[in-house]
Design a protein around this ligand. Structure first.
Ligand code: UDP
Length: 327
């Protein structure tokens, strides 16, 4: 079996990626510090607890498993927190990734799939966001991810490290078979917060700002199903293994939904009222982030078949009602 080192494999997206890798015949080896991840979510391959800031631990894991490639999901990823604690973002995300990249090169593991974000683009008026759009991040989260992209480019030139960079739009939904799902503590993301509010697990959802320059005044995002997203990662891994070279791909559907539209869809999918109140803008939020790229569809052969908003909410709702992890 071919081992793939999956950092953040105990997290939301990483755990779904492990399931997809195992289904594709790989052995996903999870490396996770369990700060935001859950050991219960590691179900599809071995688990190694460790921190990206611990280079000796990384070297040990590379030596033990001799992975053919790295999929790097582990990161702090909350816009609000990044604005108030930028040092944690630069240290954990950038220094941690640099350690991982150096350990991979030292181990001769030269295929690297990286989770980046549409937050690297920042605010662009009436511009289609494709992979060539200038990256002007508005927050330390996006800035830290852009810096890691730069590191990967330099390490390819110097050391031959090949990379596929995926710039995610907004990931939602859950494994339809219910084995893994989205579970953050604390939770900050729109869809799970809204589902919590719907079934009374928390007070009303706060809508962060209704004075944006959009048709209904709330921010617009491009939501993509986590299962479609991780399918693209398996395609990206095979792309590298087939020697097709380094490439950047947006992962979004090209359809934007406002916060109010997400609330309306959730109401109809769950058949329940969504208690919400209007609050101020959240620092660091862009008005609109929608992918304008078809590169992943055309070049990778990606087929995001579950990424209809109602399907994503229905899958998230099913997980929300039945699934959770415990420390
Ligand atoms: N949002 C909101 N209330 C919340 C959480 C999020 O109105 O409690 C909005 C947020 O301003 C953004 C969208 O929902 O426009 C998606 O936010 P999320 O944190 O889920 O993802 P992000 O866009 O930050 O990656």
């Amino acid at each position: 079996m071919t081992n793939i080192l999956v950092t953040g494999g105990a997290g939301y997206i990483g755990s779904h990626a492990c399931k997809a890798l195992a289904a594709a015949g790989f052995t996903p080896v999870t490396f996770d510090n369990l700060v935001t991840g859950w050991q219960d979510a590691v179900k599809f391959g071995p688990f190694e607890q460790g921190d990206l800031l611990d280079r000796a631990r990384l070297d040990e894991v590379f030596a033990k498993y001799q992975p053919a490639a790295v999929m790097h999901f582990a990161a702090l990823s909350q816009v609000g927190e990044a604005m108030s604690q930028p040092g944690r973002y630069w240290s954990n995300n950038v220094t941690g990734s640099l350690n991982l990249i150096e350990a991979a090169v030292a181990a001769g593991c030269l295929d690297f799939v990286f989770s980046s974000t549409c937050a690297t683009y920042g605010e662009h008026d009436n511009v289609v966001l494709d992979e060539d759009t200038p990256q002007l991040p508005l927050n330390a989260y996006g800035a830290s991810k852009r810096a890691i992209e730069d590191i990967l480019v330099d390490f390819e030139a110097a050391h031959g490290l090949r990379h596929v960079i995926f710039r995610y739009f907004n990931v939602a939904g859950a494994d339809p078979e219910g084995e893994v799902g989205e579970f953050h503590r604390p939770e900050t993301h729109l869809v799970p917060l809204m589902l919590d509010a719907i079934d009374g697990k928390r007070d009303a959802l706060t809508v962060f700002g209704t004075d944006y320059d959009t048709p209904d005044g709330t921010c617009i995002r491009d939501y993509v199903h986590v299962c479609d997203l991780v399918d693209a990662h398996v395609l990206g891994l095979n792309w590298l293994r087939e020697g097709k070279g380094s490439k950047v791909f947006n992962l979004g559907t090209g359809s934007g939904f406002s916060v109010r539209e997400v609330i309306d869809h959730s109401k109809s999918v769950t058949n329940r009222e969504v208690p919400y109140e209007i609050g101020p803008r959240r620092a660091g939020d862009c008005t609109k982030l929608v992918s304008g790229s078809v590169r992943a569809l055309q070049e990778l052969g990606w087929k995001p078949e579950r990424s209809k908003l109602d399907q994503m909410i229905a899958d998230a709702w099913r997980w929300h009602q039945n699934g959770h992890y415990e420390k």
